[in-house]
Design a protein around this ligand. Structure first.
Ligand code: TK8
Length: 345
């Protein structure tokens, strides 16, 4: 009995050794180094027809190509993951990789961003590009790291235009008493109050139904948004006022960013640069068609003359002084100096 036991244990040991050697250098090759695939989830507030979405599709195309598939970009439109403020909170918590909010709600984290909400700040898109793609724009992006965010670059939301369901608006007096939705930003609220409106802040995803239910009379957004989000279905008047230029700010969760390999970070920055230049042009090319689309869908479109526009500029000018302390006099001066540098006399 004892002999048999010894023989069996010897066989078991030999079998185990054989298996061990076979696994170490034997027939099957050493397992390939598992290429770690990373998914980048991007949340945005506008729909799939928007230039914001198209720009991120371009971003996706470049990232997946340049990373040879190691990075995969999944885009979630229509505020599926929440509105701008909610998505920024997710980035800061490290539960969402990326979002591209308007600059205005960033004021809830850092009031200096309200400089971009000063009415009639940028004279035209050419100056916008020079300032945002220059040292001052980069300084704003870098400042996001203090809030758990990595600033990547600027896409374009654009010049904002008023829509409403009550009356044609050609001068500030026409605004009196209108219930206007604004972004969640104190400068916008103050400016519309100066015009005599009754402003109410609201996340973007609630705007369409609020207009439909007539809890608000109007809102203001670039023509690409006003048309492609079908606001003509619930609005009758559209004033082309160009009263504020709003950038979209592409940003990444700093918690997640810091876990990425340098080569992947470089791919994301490069893709943002290329995609944002493409998206700004696409947005601008779409603007005229969208403005005309509002008229084709029964909206009375009123293009303000320079004199009419000046009346709005004069009426809202006091907000610069009113918010100088909160934004920072130095910040306002720095941005205004940069704008003056690129504004042709
Ligand atoms: C979309 C918003 C929107 C903005 C607004 O996420 O809230 O009116 O202009 O485009 O950022």
């Amino acid at each position: 009995m004892k002999k048999t036991f010894k023989l069996v244990s010897l066989c078991v040991m030999l079998a185990a050794l054989a298996a061990l050697f076979a696994g170490c250098g034997g027939s099957q090759p050493a397992a390939e180094k598992k290429v770690e695939k990373r998914v980048i989830k991007v949340g945005i507030g506008l729909n799939e027809a928007s230039p914001q979405y198209k720009g991120l599709q371009k971003f996706k195309e470049i990232v997946e190509k340049e990373s040879k598939g190691r990075l995969e970009v999944n885009i979630f439109a229509n505020a599926q993951l929440g509105d701008d403020i909610k998505m920024m909170t997710q980035l800061r918590a490290g539960t969402l990789e990326m979002t591209v909010p308007s600059s205005s709600p960033i004021a809830t984290l850092d009031k200096k961003w309200m400089v971009f909400d000063l009415p009639f700040l940028f004279p035209n898109e050419e100056v916008v590009d020079k300032v945002l793609d220059g040292p001052v724009g980069q300084k704003f992006l870098d400042s996001l790291s203090a809030h758990g965010l990595k600033g990547l670059g600027y896409y374009e939301n654009g010049y904002r235009q008023l829509t409403n369901s009550k009356r044609e608006v050609k001068e500030p007096a026409d605004v009196k008493g209108l219930k206007i939705r604004t972004m969640e930003n104190p400068v916008h609220l103050a400016a519309w109050r100066l015009l005599g409106a009754n402003p109410t802040p609201m996340p973007f995803s609630e705007v369409f139904s609020a207009m439909q239910q007539k809890t608000i009379d109007g809102q203001e957004n670039p023509s690409t948004t006003n048309f492609l989000q079908k606001f003509y279905e619930v609005q009758k008047f559209n004033t082309i006022s160009n009263h504020v230029y709003t950038p979209f700010v592409a940003m990444f969760s700093k918690k997640i960013w810091d876990t990425l390999a340098k080569e992947d970070q470089d791919v994301i920055l490069k893709a943002t640069k290329e995609a944002s230049v493409w998206q700004r042009k696409y947005n601008r090319d779409m603007m005229k068609e969208c403005e005309e689309g509002m008229a084709k869908n029964g909206v009375t479109v009123t293009k303000l003359t320079p004199e009419q526009q000046k009346a709005f500029a004069d009426a809202t000018a006091p907000v610069a002084k009113q918010f100088e302390a909160e934004i920072g006099a130095d910040t306002i001066k720095e941005v205004m100096t940069e704008i003056a540098k690129y504004t042709k006399k």
